[in-house]
Write a new protein. Structure first.
Length: 79
């Protein structure tokens, strides 16, 4: 796996975990990214109730979220 791919697969793993268990021990950024991938505000960390604030928190990971939504959702749905 290339270095730039690591965040993509980590976000996918966290999204799968959230979908299966409703919670995760992942970092705040990973959890926010996974919540956006799943399009579920309920998965945002408790202190991120504002969607815009949560989105802005992702910085360069916003591009990873977009890429996952465009090309990798099958790995979460089938997972």
């Amino acid at each position: 796996m290339e270095t730039h791919e690591w965040p993509i697969y980590k976000i996918i793993d966290v999204a799968r975990e959230l979908k299966a268990h409703g919670s995760t021990a992942a970092s705040t950024g990973e959890q926010i990214a996974a919540a956006f991938v799943l399009n579920e505000q309920k998965y945002l960390p408790a202190n991120y109730t504002d969607m815009v604030e949560a989105w802005e928190r992702l910085y360069e990971w916003q591009e990873h979220v977009k890429l996952i939504k465009e090309n990798y959702m099958h790995l979460i749905i089938e997972g």
